[in-house]
Design a protein around this ligand. Structure first.
Ligand code: ATP
Ligand code: MN
Length: 255
């Protein structure tokens, strides 16, 4: 059928790719009807020419490497429309004053979640935080700038063994700068800032903005506390002379 044919094109199956590749396996497992239709739409619009690799498979989303119709590399984050995280997603969205109507249907709730991540990326860029440039979203699919060269950039967690004290000091300053700029200028908090969501690139890039929210959200202060604590503890373990948590936290919430 037509959609299936288009999906084969997106996956490069019309030419060379063997049907037992990892890409094909993951796609087969997680692309439901809606996802296929969405990918076909983005393909027709030239936003996704093809997907060529799996960058990451997670509970909530899978991230693929691809190219657009002009040959630019892209990263495509595809949320599962069926997730066991429904409750958490619902709670996070319900607390966000920017989100109006909350659909009861899980699939549609995931669409709202995807749109919010896109908006968070746009907002973070406005406050000079280095994130993957969001290109387009539709339903449960978010297309963004690919961070990396040939291969996707590694996460801080993946390369920590190769880093020096000076590297950690610089990364600590970078990360604290992000937290402060977001909070003070952007009225915003990432909410899951850790060594898993910082890609080592020049300059480093903060990813995974799905749980980010605005100061007006009643959860924002506890998210800020969590980010600050995780970041300070991590870099302290790496030998950086870090800020005092309580002091920094107070300084931020009183700003
Ligand atoms: P969640 O499911 O909570 O939204 P996740 O951890 O599954 O989050 P991300 O952290 O956004 O999703 O992405 C998963 C992994 O994919 C990252 O750790 C990173 O390695 C890779 N990745 C994400 N975005 C990009 C990008 N724009 N360029 C290159 N690699 C990326
Ligand atoms: Mn992540």
């Amino acid at each position: 059928e037509f959609i299936e044919r288009e999906i084969e094109e997106v996956l490069g199956l019309t030419e060379r790719r063997e049907k037992d590749s990892e890409l094909y396996k993951i796609a087969n497992e997680v692309f439901d009807r809606t996802t296929k239709e969405t990918l076909a739409y983005l393909h027709r619009r030239g936003k996704i020419e093809s997907l060529y690799g799996v960058i990451s498979t997670g509970k909530e989303a899978n991230v693929f490497a691809g190219i657009d119709s002009e040959g630019n590399r892209i990263a495509v984050k595809i949320y599962r429309t069926y997730t066991t995280e429904f409750r958490r997603i619902w709670e996070y969205l319900a607390a966000d004053p920017r989100v109006g109507y909350l659909p009861k249907d899980m699939r549609k709730l995931v669409f709202v979640w995807t749109r919010r991540e896109y908006k968070n990326l746009k907002r973070a860029i406005k406050y000079a935080v280095r994130v993957p440039e969001p290109i387009i979203f539709r339903n449960n699919v978010l297309v963004m700038e690919f961070i990396g060269d040939e291969l996707p950039a590694p996460r801080l967690k993946d390369v920590e063994r190769e880093l020096t004290k000076v590297d950690f000091e610089e990364l600590y300053a970078f990360t604290m700068g992000v937290i402060e700029r977001l909070w003070k200028r952007g009225d915003m908090v990432h909410g899951d800032l850790s060594e898993y969501n910082i890609l080592i690139h020049e300059p480093p890039v903060v990813i995974d903005w799905s749980q980010a929210t605005v100061k007006r959200n009643k959860m924002s202060v506890s998210l800020l506390r969590r980010d600050l604590r995780n970041v300070i503890n991590y870099f302290a373990r790496k030998g950086v002379s870090v800020d005092d948590f309580e002091e920094k936290f107070r300084e931020l919430i009183e700003s």
